[in-house]
Design a protein around this ligand. Structure first.
Ligand code: UT7
Length: 326
């Protein structure tokens, strides 16, 4: 039976030029390269230049994804930007990206805020818009400037995050309704607001009228991460009717190498199937999955027909997974 699937036509990524190494950070706070590498796998992060905004990062990644997709920007009718660090409280960063890239006037464009799970939420949302609405081609961006909300004196958080952006272009295509189809095959989203205070920003327009700083109980996040992620992956695989050993590439949210490897072990995936980029850009929140997709596409690992599993967990808590055939 013919059905519509959201097929990934192009991917792009962008990291700001300025690099901050672990040794650079050890000069500012009481930390060390060995502590950061052993606990997280992170070696360096990129920091946006003064005046370089989330929309600039998102536009660069979006442009690359559009060029590679071969789709004309004027044919894009949906733009979703996943971000927790928008240029301004409003309007949405997505509308700036829309205009900068020459995307169709009158396309739908909005931001989506699910912190580190933002890209998974945005991909799933775009998929449902295309399957159940009139939308045919979408640009889905994850773009963040977390350096602007980090407390640079707090060693428990400042070593973990960085800036960056990634993007994919999706196209609604008729497929056969079988697991061999290209495109998004299944997705699951979840949230549990009881954990609000485990990872949050202590400011906002309605509460303090300030931007605020990121606060995290890292141990608490870690404690929940592997179990929540593994169970949402299992549900997504059951929805699609696929087994873990059919996955070609596991492209998780890049927060901490120990979480990625723990998750892969729990679901029974060999470590060689994990795409790991956290060492090069730290946790870039909503940007981390498309950045990792971009790396694995550029180096030839992800090829057409490969089954790709994406997952994330973050503030909220929110978590989710998307399964797609490239
Ligand atoms: O996208 C979701 C976002 N969040 C995450 O994924 C974070 C999840 N959590 C984690 O990745 C880990 O919990 C961390 C990497 C944040 C911390 O690792 P941990 O093994 O849970 O360490 P810990 O918090 O238990 O701290 C161990 C020690 C503490 O010292 P004491 O109390 O044992 O004396 C910390 O004060 O390490 C100390 N510490 C540091 N030492 C050097 C904390 N941060 C640092 C640091 N450098 N940057």
């Amino acid at each position: 039976m013919a059905i519509i699937r959201s097929v990934i036509r192009g991917v792009g990524g962008y990291l700001p030029k300025k690099v901050l190494t672990n040794d650079d950070l050890a000069k500012k706070v009481d930390t060390s390269d060995s502590w950061i590498r052993e606990r997280t796998g992170i070696r360096r992060r990129h920091i946006a230049a003064d005046g370089e905004l989330t929309s600039d990062l998102g536009t660069a990644a979006g442009k690359m994804a559009l060029v590679r997709s071969g789709i004309d920007p004027s044919d894009i009718d949906l733009v979703i930007c996943a971000t927790s660090t928008p240029d301004q409280t409003f309007p949405a960063t997505a509308v700036r990206i829309q205009t900068r890239l020459g995307i169709q006037r009158g396309a739908a464009a909005f931001d989506l805020q699910a912190v580190c799970t933002g890209f998974v939420y945005a991909l799933s949302t775009a998929d449902y818009f295309m399957k159940s609405g009139p939308y045919k081609r979408a640009l889905v961006v994850g773009a963040e400037t977390f350096s602007r909300i980090i407390d640079w004196e707090d060693r428990t958080t400042c070593v973990l995050f960085g800036d960056g952006a990634g993007a994919v272009v999706l196209e609604a295509q008729p497929q056969h309704g079988v697991i061999q189809d290209r495109g998004i095959l299944a997705s699951r989203l979840a949230a549990d607001g009881r954990y609000h205070d485990s990872l949050y920003v202590d400011g906002g327009p309605s509460s303090t009228q300030t931007v605020g700083h990121l606060r995290m109980n890292g141990r608490e996040v870690f404690r929940h991460a592997v179990t929540k992620i593994a169970s949402v992956i299992e549900e997504t695989l059951v929805d699609a009717g696929l087994a873990p050993d059919e996955i070609d590439w596991f492209v998780p949210h890049q927060a901490n190498k120990r979480i990625l490897e723990g998750t892969a072990r729990k679901i029974g995936l060999p470590l060689e199937k994990i795409v790991v980029t956290v060492e090069d850009h730290a946790n870039t929140s909503a940007a981390s999955i498309p950045l990792a997709l971009n790396t694995a596409h550029e180096d030839g690992r992800i090829k057409e027909g490969d089954l790709v599993l994406m997952e994330a967990m973050g503030g909220g808590f929110t978590w989710g997974a998307v399964l797609a055939r490239w």
